[in-house]
Design a protein around this ligand. Structure first.
Ligand SMILES: [Zn+2]
Length: 335
C-alpha cells in the first residue's frame, strides 16, 4: 500500500463494526472459543499435505498492485493450493516506489519513517522476493509507476502535468492508472497469461478505494479478455477489498476459499512485508481479525472471499469437465 489508508488497523476494524456489517462483525470469532481446535487444524493441514497433486502441475496467478496485497488478499488461497501442488505465479503491477516504512519500537509502538523512492522500491522488492520464495517462485515486476513518490527531500510528489518525473521509469511508460489502456502494457500481461496458463487468476476488484488497485484490475481484466480471444480458458476472480466506507456493495462476494488450518501461516507470509506491518504477530492484528470475520461469515475459521469476473472452462474433451481442485472448491463454495 502506498499509504496507511488501506491498512486494516484496529480502529478501522472498530469502524467496520460500528458501520453494522451484520451481527457477525459485532461478535468476531475468538479463536479460543471456537470448536475448531488446534488439533482439528493440524489434522486438516496434514490431509492437505498428503493430497495428491493435480496431474498437470496447474498454476494460479495472483496480480497485486503493491507488495503485500497478494499475501493479504489471497495468501491463504495460494498457500493452500501451493501445498496441493499448484505452481504460484506472483505478479506485481506497480514499481512500489511510494509510501513509508515502519518498525516496532522497544515499547511495542509502531514508528513510521520515510525514505527516497529508490530506497523504498528496493526495500519493498526485497520483501516481495522473500515472500515469493516461500512459494518457490520469483516475483514478476511489471513496474508501472505509482501515482506518487518521495523525492530526495522526502517530499511527496504526485504525478501530474508539469511534475518532475520520478527517477526510475523510462520515457513513455504509463503509470498504473492508465496501463490498462496502453496496448503494450496489456500485451505484456496477455503474454504472461498465455505462457503460464493459470487455472485461475486472482487480482484486485474494480470496486475498490485505491486507484492503483482499480488500475491493476483494469489492466488484468483487459489482458484476460485478450487472452480469452486467443484460446485461454482459465478463470478470473477479484478479491474483495478490505475498505468499508463505500458500504456493503463493496463487500459482496460470490465464493470463498477456506484456509482455516493455515491462518497463522498466512499471517507469517504477510509478515514478510514487515516494513508495512511490523505488528503482524499481534493477535489483534487487523488483517487477522478480518480473516476471522470472513471465516465466520463463510462458516469456517478463516476464509478469503472473491467475485467471479469469468469462470474457467476446462473441458479438455472430458465429460463431465475436468476441473482442478481449486476451481472445484470455488464452485462448491459458490453462493
Ligand atoms: Zn495495495
Amino acid at each position: 500500500m502506498p499509504s496507511s489508508s488501506g491498512r486494516v488497523t484496529k480502529s478501522k476494524y472498530r469502524l467496520l463494526t460500528h458501520l453494522g456489517y451484520g451481527e457477525e462483525l459485532k461478535h468476531p470469532v475468538r479463536e479460543n472459543d471456537k470448536t475448531y481446535s488446534k488439533q482439528d487444524a493440524a489434522q486438516a493441514d496434514n490431509q492437505l499435505m498428503k493430497a495428491k497433486p493435480d496431474k498437470h502441475a496447474p498454476s494460479i496467478m495472483a496480480v497485486g498492485a503493491h507488495a503485500d496485497d497478494i499475501e493479504l488478499q489471497a495468501g491463504g488461497t495460494l498457500e493452500k493450493y501451493f501445498r496441493h501442488g499448484y505452481e504460484v505465479v506472483y505478479v506485481m503491477s506497480t514499481n512500489n516506489m511510494s509510501g513509508s516504512f515502519s518498525s516496532l519500537d522497544s515499547d511495542g509502538s509502531i514508528i513510521t519513517r520515510q525514505e527516497p523512492t529508490t530506497e523504498m522500491m528496493a526495500r519493498r522488492k526485497l520483501e516481495c522476493a522473500n515472500a515469493a520464495r516461500e512459494w518457490n517462485t520469483e516475483a514478476i515486476h511489471l513496474d508501472y509507476p505509482q501515482r506518487h513518490y518521495r523525492n530526495e527531500k522526502l517530499e511527496v510528489v504526485t504525478l501530474k502535468y508539469g511534475a518532475p518525473v520520478p527517477p526510475t521509469p523510462a520515457a513513455g511508460v504509463p503509470s498504473i492508472l492508465t496501463a490498462g489502456e496502453d496496448p503494450g502494457a496489456v500485451e505484456r500481461v496477455v503474454t504472461l497469461i498465455l505462457e503460464k496458463n493459470p487455472e485461475c487468476i486472482f487480482t484486485h476488484t474494480v470496486a475498490t478505494h485505491n486507484p492503483e488497485h482499480f488500475g491493476t484490475a483494469l489492466l488484468v481484466t483487459n489482458a484476460y479478455w485478450n487472452a480469452w480471444e486467443r484460446g485461454y480458458r482459465g478463470g478470473l476472480l477479484y478479491w474483495v477489498d478490505d475498505e468499508t466506507r463505500y458500504g456493503p456493495a463493496f463487500r459482496r462476494f460470490e465464493t470463498y476459499v477456506d484456509y482455516s488450518p493455515l491462518l497463522d501461516r498466512k499471517m507469517e507470509l504477510s509478515g514478510k512485508h514487515d516494513c508495512q506491518m511490523p505488528h503482524w504477530r499481534d493477535p489483534g492484528f487487523g488483517h487477522r481479525l478480518v480473516a476471522l470475520e470472513w471465516g465466520k461469515v463463510c462458516g469456517c475459521l478463516a476464509a478469503e472471499t472473491f467475485i467471479w469476473c469469468n469462470r474457467p472452462v476446462h473441458t479438455e474433451g472430458h465429460n463431465p469437465p475436468a476441473y482442478g481442485s481449486l476451481t472445484l472448491e470455488l464452485y462448491q463454495n459458490g453462493r
